[in-house]
Ligand binder design. Structure first.
Ligand code: ATP
Length: 288
């Protein structure tokens, strides 16, 4: 019988995001604190006839051909190992798309892990990360998960302690934002300052939620907040509803707020829905 494997693929937020410089090859050098959250897609992979890659999804906007990052991940794995095992992958999408939550990267990471299982664990986790970075800069992080300092183009990863327990409101407004657009329009010379990522790292080590929240900063907001005022509106509503702090994740437009009480987080979520400020809304926690 055909072997079947499945796995959850979790989304992330950035507690802090700095861009240090633009490299001559066009990539950006970053310094970010990545944090997985309890919002996930579900992937199931079933063995198929040799060479096949079939993808089915429950989301009409997503490609199910070679443009899906799951497809690219399997191709890169095959190029690395010479495997030709055919698979059918079904994806249940839950993470907002083009939202700054690494939805595509985490699906690619899960696909690599599942395909590696079906191929008899040929690659170590480190080798899988080497394949993953060829699919996308955030894929190695998604393979490892948890709380990480991410440097280089995203491939230099240092594990950090998880933040203390808290409640998160994660809101994705109606708009979609292309990561490429945001990085292309980022004016590094015009930034008034840079986030205190080293200080946040220390606050994580000291389990100091207040210290983490007061250092939440994302330089990419300089591009998106001006263009999409809804981002600032969501942040403001979250703060007025008692969030310790609120920030855009990645290249946006998703915004998250951190709360110390579930009741307050739920009330803030209800308010966002009443005001029709978001298309997708989650009240959740850090994945620790
Ligand atoms: P990041 O936080 O890494 O910048 P993102 O959340 O901004 O990612 P994604 O959701 O990963 O963006 O999707 C960006 C684009 O990738 C979309 O236009 C989408 O069509 C395409 N894509 C390809 N495969 C997938 C996938 N499995 N899941 C989501 N998007 C995918």
């Amino acid at each position: 019988m055909a072997e079947t494997v499945s796995r959850r693929a979790y989304g992330k937020i950035n507690l802090g995001l700095d861009v240090l410089r633009r490299r001559p090859d066009g990539y950006h050098e970053v310094k970010m604190i990545m944090q997985m959250v309890d919002i996930f897609d579900e992937l199931t992979m079933i063995e198929e006839e040799e060479n096949a890659i079939h993808i089915t999804t429950d989301h009409a906007e997503l490609p199910n051909d070679e443009h899906n990052l799951i497809y690219k991940a399997i191709i890169k794995y095959r190029e690395r190992t010479g495997d030709t095992k055919g698979v059918c992958v079904s994806l249940r999408k839950n993470i907002p798309i083009a939202a700054g939550m690494a939805g595509g990267s985490t699906d690619a990471a899960a696909a690599l892990i599942l395909y590696n299982t079906l191929c008899g664990e040929k690659l170590t986790q480190k080798e899988l990360c080497g394949v993953g970075v060829k699919v996308g800069a955030d894929v190695p992080y998604c393979i490892l998960g948890g709380t990480m300092l991410s440097e280089g183009i995203g491939e230099i990863l240092t594990p950090l302690p998880a933040p203390p327990e808290a409640y998160l409101v994660i809101a994705k407004p109606e708009i979609s934002v292309s990561t490429k657009y945001v990085y292309e329009h980022l004016d590094l010379a015009a930034l008034p300052g840079h986030p205190d990522i080293d200080g946040m790292r220390k606050a994580l080590e000291e389990k100091d939620l207040g210290g983490i929240c007061e250092r939440m900063e994302n330089v990419l907001e300089s591009v998106t907040v001006e263009k999409y005022p809804v981002i600032a509106k969501i942040k403001q509503l979250l703060l007025e509803s008692g969030a310790e702090n609120a920030l855009m994740s990645g290249s946006g437009p998703t915004v998250f707020g951190i709360f110390t009480s579930r009741e307050k987080a739920e009330a803030a979520g209800e308010k966002l829905e009443q005001e029709k400020l978001c298309k997708q809304l989650f009240v959740t926690t850090f994945l620790r």
